[in-house]
Design a binder for this molecule. Structure first.
Ligand SMILES: NC(=O)c1ccc[n+]([C@@H]2O[C@H](COP(=O)([O-])OP(=O)(O)OC[C@H]3O[C@@H](n4cnc5c(N)ncnc54)[C@H](O)[C@@H]3O)[C@@H](O)[C@H]2O)c1
Length: 348
């Protein structure tokens, strides 16, 4: 299915229009504690003419598990939710992934729409149909591909985001630039202050460009067997760092920024990119998230997490590495000494 999405500021009219056109009678809103505190009154105003229920989960990654899913199933049963009800995923990536998973499984599938409210969810997690939860210490290990009927990307919600959440979204924006569109990397770099000042014109441009890159890549490889894997640049090492700290020291995009830094150093040492390009990446990303000089056992723990990564074949470590400005390639069986060398952080 092609992704239907709209990007703009204050999309209340578009939202009401969508529910009317699709003869939606009933809605089931899934949101989190922070988003509901900030915006539930606003959404209540938009959907007041519809019959609706609201389910509020505690904010944060700790909620992204099957317990939350079972609680929502129970509430769906208690509320007599039928297959004509639309689920509204209203929040960041955690809410979107859970709500999408519930929508994909309850009564063999309910229709759902996404209203992503973080920069990361607007440019990444709401696009591409991946839904799911964490299980057994593994991130996103239970899930499916299930596309929303429509995604409403409304920059109205971004002004309340804490600075760290902007940085998190920027991690993925820089990644898109480095894997696909060097101009986006440069534009983001040149407008960093404006982004943190919440200049909506600039945000609008980077969101549109990012979404269109993700859409282009996903449309060629919906189920993640080929081209889509380039989206994992920065994620092999980034994910290992995120997991090593129990998913509570770095948020997703911050970990991706670290991953891009360590992995770009590996690319430089392999001779895939020159020193100037590495320095350019380094100079812009290093001030955003401070890397760590890992030592001894820390490095072996990180390697073990990388070896167990669900993206690998056997225990070979696979990485997406930059080969030129705005271009990357997938490499299998990366030499562990190169990884160890990079994790030691002698390059900063
Ligand atoms: N499905 C995918 O393709 C995909 C891709 C990337 C990431 N993800 C997943 O997305 C999740 C991360 O998403 P996220 O970064 O949006 O995290 P999140 O949903 O935890 O949101 C981050 C924080 O911001 C708060 N928040 C949300 N909107 C806000 C607003 N407008 N103003 C102020 N605070 C707000 C949330 O309550 C939370 O505390 C991870 O679980 C990751 O695995 C999924």
């Amino acid at each position: 299915m092609d992704l239907d999405l709209v990007i703009g500021y204050n999309l209340t009219k578009e939202l009401k229009e969508f529910f009317k056109i699709n003869n939606v009678n009933r809605l089931y809103v899934i949101t989190d504690t922070i988003v509901s505190q900030l915006y539930m009154k606003y959404i209540d105003g938009v959907i007041k003419n519809w019959d609706y229920n609201t389910y509020i989960i505690p904010s944060g990654e700790e909620s992204k598990n099957m317990d939350t899913v079972f609680s929502i199933y129970n509430d769906l049963l208690d509320s007599n939710i039928d297959r004509n009800t639309y689920i509204l995923a209203f929040g960041g990536g955690v809410v979107g992934d859970i709500a999408g998973f519930v929508a994909s499984t309850y009564k063999r599938g309910l229709k759902y729409v996404q209203i992503p409210t973080t920069l990361l969810s607007q440019i990444d997690s709401s696009i591409g149909g991946k839904v799911g939860v964490d299980y057994g210490g593994y991130k996103n290990i239970i899930g499916s591909f299930y596309f929303p009927e429509k995604v409403f990307i409304d920059t109205y919600f971004l002004t309340t985001l804490p600075k760290r959440e902007i940085t998190s979204g920027l991690g993925e924006v820089f990644k898109y630039g480095l894997i696909y569109d060097y101009e986006l990397f440069q534009y983001t770099k040149d407008n960093l202050d404006k982004i943190y000042e919440m200049d909506l014109n600039v945000l609008n441009i980077i969101i549109k460009k990012s979404v269109s890159i993700k859409e282009k890549i996903v449309s060629q490889d919906k189920k993640d067997f080929g081209l889509r894997r380039i989206l994992n640049f920065g994620h092999t090492i980034g994910h290992s760092i995120e997991a090593y700290y129990g998913f509570n020291r770095y948020n997703h995009g911050e970990a991706v920024i670290l991953g891009i830094l360590y992995e770009s150093y590996i690319a430089k040492n392999l001779g895939l990119i020159d020193r100037n390009y590495f320095n350019e990446i380094h100079d812009i990303l290093l001030p955003l998230v401070k890397p760590i000089k890992f030592q001894g056992n820390e490095i072996y723990d990180l390697l073990e997490i990388m070896e167990n990564d669900k993206k690998n074949i056997l225990e070979e470590i696979t990485m997406v590495l930059p080969i030129d400005k705005g271009r990357v390639k997938i490499f299998n069986n990366i030499d562990k000494d190169l990884i160890i060398n990079s994790l030691k952080g002698e390059w900063f």
